[in-house]
Design a protein around this ligand. Structure first.
Ligand code: FAD
Length: 453
């Protein structure tokens, strides 16, 4: 059977891995819109968490399998349609992640100085579409909306000493911008309370111990919580206890360096964003007005204002909205290369052979392990459908042979995995000079130049 996977993030690679491992005759082709693979492992995971990126070694092994092929620089829905892939393959698995398209729906959110967390992360991680974000870091206070690990990642990058970041694969241009940053205070604002925070203890501890920065937690926010978490599951209990300990610690008890730290960060609970306030000339964000919320009673009981020049909306991501039983189509004519009109949802799919895995399926929640398990499930469905004959493999399919002609007629030249390995080597070489693991190439045209396209 010829199977096609759309997207080369963890979902795409884990789906491919499982199918290849459990079906000795399957050929899996992975299509990716960027020249470079690995999705959010490259463009989401924080640069100072290199150990998380070790999964790339497993993905590389999968890609090097002789029954697996990688075709980068191919945007499905623009360069080739899902329907065309379905004709070329026995099964198509959609693993193209979640788009950044959620809005807060509050006045002022489009002001300059307000960024989606995804764009900000994409900027410091070298995601081509965000490379020109140029966030304004000339203010002293930043507000991040959200209490998850991504919010902590951003706070940590904003406040980390430069000498620590310099050893990571953070892009040169973001390092230069951070070197001029005036941000010295970061508030993480959440709609709910301390018992509902979504970050994990490792990331919290890292933030608490960040050199040159001290945590500012209000002890009153934690009153009575020790009792409340007595019987809670262990991870929640430990996380809450660490917040309580940090909140109650007097500066003198904190480590010497920490007490005198010039920078600070803190958690603000039960605050719902109401409005981003503009500067007098109306050109950029100057602060954010939040409503205090009760957890039991929905609605606000008052408002307060935080002054900040930089605001970030975490959770600003949504899946393009696909479920296993839905098909992707592209709006407009399907002839010839065209600007990407976006993939949109169509009516429930009548045909067998279309699957999805990862954030496409579940939305933007969960870590790489969750995505792995989910992708193994999807791969298992494909294998079972092959076994019981739901997927008809009696008719042979041409696979990439058919897609190659389509791409060629549209002037699209795919990037192979060995091409990627050349880009990889070029990045590592550039990084070496600066003592970094790699210097990412952020311009797709330059990536293509490196491989002689
Ligand atoms: P993605 O990783 O987004 O991959 C989707 C791929 O599809 C991308 O390569 C994309 O370019 C491609 N694509 C999109 N559209 C098309 C198209 N039309 N045609 C072809 N290809 C397409 N998890 C952890 O375990 N540890 C962490 O430290 C961690 N940090 C994170 C930090 C951030 C900022 C974010 C957002 C997530 C983080 N995660 C982390 C979660 C983890 O990244 C996700 O669980 C995982 O990446 C989801 O995998 P996916 O393959 O579904 O999506």
């Amino acid at each position: 059977p010829r199977i096609c996977v759309v997207g080369s993030g963890p979902a795409g690679f884990y789906t491919a891995q499982h199918i290849l491992k459990h079906h000795g005759g399957a050929q899996v082709d992975i299509y990716e819109k960027l020249p470079v693979p690995f999705g959010l492992v490259r463009f989401g995971v924080a640069p100072d968490h290199p150990e998380v990126k070790n999964v790339i070694n497993t993905f590389t092994q999968t890609a090097r399998s002789e029954r697996c092929a990688y075709y980068g620089n191919v945007t499905v829905g623009r360069d080739v349609m899902v329907a065309e892939l379905q004709q070329a393959y026995h099964a198509v698995v959609l693993s193209y992640g979640a788009e950044d398209n959620r809005v807060l729906g509050i006045p002022g959110e489009n002001l300059s100085g307000v960024y989606s967390a995804r764009a900000f992360v994409g900027w410091y991680n070298g995601l081509p579409e965000n490379r020109d974000l140029k966030p304004d870091l000339s203010c002293e206070t930043a507000v991040i909306l959200g209490h998850g690990n991504v919010a902590l990642d951003i706070a940590r990058i904003l406040l980390s000493p430069l000498h620590l970041l310099r050893k990571t694969d953070i892009t040169d241009c973001s390092l230069a911008a951070l070197a001029c940053s005036k941000v010295k205070r970061v508030w993480l604002v959440g709609r709910r309370g301390p018992l509902q925070v979504a970050f994990t203890i490792k990331e919290l501890r890292e933030m608490i111990n960040l050199p040159g920065t001290r945590p500012v937690l209000n002890p009153a926010d934690f009153t009575g919580l020790e009792n409340a978490v007595k019987d809670a599951p262990r991870p929640r209990k430990r996380l809450t206890e660490l917040m309580i300990k940090t909140a109650l610690e007097k500066p003198a008890e904190a480590q010497g360096v920490q007490a005198a730290a010039p920078q600070e960060w803190g958690l603000k609970f039960q605050r719902s964003p109401e409005e981003v306030l503009p500067t007098a000339d109306g050109t950029r964000a100057r602060g954010i007005r939040v409503a205090l919320t009760h957890l039991e009673v929905r609605g606000s009981v008052g408002t307060g204002t935080a002054l900040a020049g930089l605001a970030m909306e975490q959770d600003a991501m949504q899946p393009l909205g696909i479920s296993p039983k839905t098909a992707l189509t592209r709006t407009g004519s399907q002839e010839g290369p065209q600007p990407h009109a976006g993939l949109s949802l169509a009516a429930p799919c009548a045909c067998a052979g279309l699957y999805c895995s990862g954030w496409v399926k579940r939305g933007p929640t969960g870590v790489i392990i969750t995505t792995m398990n989910d992708s193994f499930d999807t791969a298992q469905s494909v294998l079972e459908d092959l076994q019981v004959g739901t997927l008809d493999v009696a008719t042979s399919r041409e696979g990439f042979g058919a897609v190659k002609s389509i791409l060629c007629s549209r002037g699209v030249r795919p990037v192979s995995f060995s091409d990627w390995e050349k880009i990889d080597a070029a990045e590592v070489a550039r990084g070496k000079a600066a003592g970094k693991p790699r210097e990412k190439i952020v311009d797709p045209q330059e990536m293509l130049r490196v491989i002689g396209h």
